[in-house]
Design a protein. Sequence first.
Length: 257
Amino acid sequence: MLRTWLTHPLTRGLDLDDPHTTWLRWQIIREKPFLRKIYEEWYEAIAWALPKGDGVIVELGSGGGFLSDFIPGLITSEVFMCPGVIAVLDALRLPFGDASLGAIVMTNVFHHLSQPGRFFSEAERCIKPGGTIVMIEPWVTGWSRFVYRWLHHEPFQPEAATWEFPSTGPLSGANGALPWIVFERDRARFQEEFPQWSIWRIKPMMPFRYLLSGGVSMRSLMPEWSFGCWRWLENMVKPWMAHLGMFAQIILQRKQV
């Protein structure tokens, strides 16, 4: 009942895999000032983490966002054609040459990849040594377990035995706990199966602000003017972020040959 009441009226009852839904989310992010400020903060963190020098940067799942405002020359992509997207592609079969990319970036996309192992292999082929994968994704903590299980529409299964999950659709198929499973719970397996990737950074963050913004699927619970107050509060609880964070910035680096 609570989730139904909180659902944003523009997205209520829509098919998540319909391109029109992605277009509506594009509108929502721009029309909700509190939420837009969150994306701006995330995009600044992604741009900061990119390797210096030349190198083509590709964003996966660009549809609803505006990361290209922060990274000049960014190749935006999506699984279907929508406004503002340069390329339509599948992250499991990347259409790029060997060692042709400097980085792959994404926001809330990795947990939709039904076969993450195939993505890592493709990224290893396409990204040159010293390049990076930079993502901001849901994260598993004591607090986030409660929020994602009871207030979020996507599947969230930290206990999943495997990394893979049924691919019901490009956006409806998901496991919100997948980033934590791969990079934290199964970290030893990741490092054994993909030794060319080093986990350079995992930074849990943002326990309150995204929830209060309502995200792209729920109503905003706070006005824009309160954004700075909530950011101050999150800075105050940084020592406990490993127990409170709802998201994490994850940076992988392709090892030098």
